[in-house]
Design a protein around this ligand. Sequence first.
Ligand code: GLY
Length: 350
Amino acid sequence: MKNNEQVKKITVNASKRYEVIIGNGLIDRAGEYLAEVIKPCKIALVTDDTVDALYADCVVKSLEGSGFLVVKHVFPHGEESKNLSVYGEILDFLAENELTRTDALVALGGGVVGDMAGFAAATYLRGIKYMQIPTTLLSQIDSSVGGKTAIDLKKGKNLVGAFCQPILVLCDTKTLDSLPKKIFVDGLGEVAKYAVLDKDIFALVEKDGYAIEDLVYACVDYKRKIVEADEFEGGVRKLLNFGHTPAHGIENLSGYTIPHGNAVAMGVEIIMKNSLRHGYISEEEYKKVSAVVKKLVGENECPFAIEEVMQAALSDKKRSGNYITLMMAFGIGKVEGRKIDVLDLKEYIK
Ligand code: GLY
């Protein structure tokens, strides 16, 4: 992959209007970008220990250089931190530092940081402003945009949360250079989903040598359209769950040792196989998608039997009563929901 030096901007017109800025080497200017959308105030920079060591100093310097007063809260990295106790510590930190409603939070890190800090911003004082600076591919192309914030409960992932749009998202593709390959590839698993949803993204990743900024731009712009049409997931936003029902089953069965993006890529493969079995797509379409998924994430076999996966998937929060809406492929760039009785699920997906 190469870099595209141009800075790109996408405006998301949701219940709040905000920009997603995409470019290489942007975090040094985080303060300047933030100063364009809020007046100087107190900023709580929330990050994890890994990202703190890499990027916090540079973000703090930039924010202070633009007149913001910065206080920083760091928690241990990893999904295990996405719990009520660490969330409570963030809230206590905000209160101890006397952040008011005219102050703001900056979430610096991957999906866990964005979800946790976003949920803290959504709930502290019934809501303060927050900016996202996502530092993983998965958070840049997906979780930092669209306002979903959440924490996990013992019973499952993302069971408590809120829709709360950020005031700004800064996707600095330079931060992806420091990602371990495994974590970068995990982000490409989520790209596999976008590639089935959108013909243009499929065409982009099918060829070689595209710029990472162009990929981030294409995914965010696709998500923008979806979020603008259905911010609170009453309808079309469910498309973004393509591959996710089996993926949640796989993550769950693995005790969350298979990361989300890899599980999504496995989920995409399972759904494509079953879309073919039901005659929704042709053999050629199935093969084309399979080849692209392989190109993105490499060998990525699901280690569990499909019956087990679908059984585990039944605890998915997208289930309503005795029905589950599964996103199925009807072509590349054509995904639709099918409402399935849970009793029929194991026959429908096998
Ligand atoms: N990650 C799916 C969504 O934001 O709706």
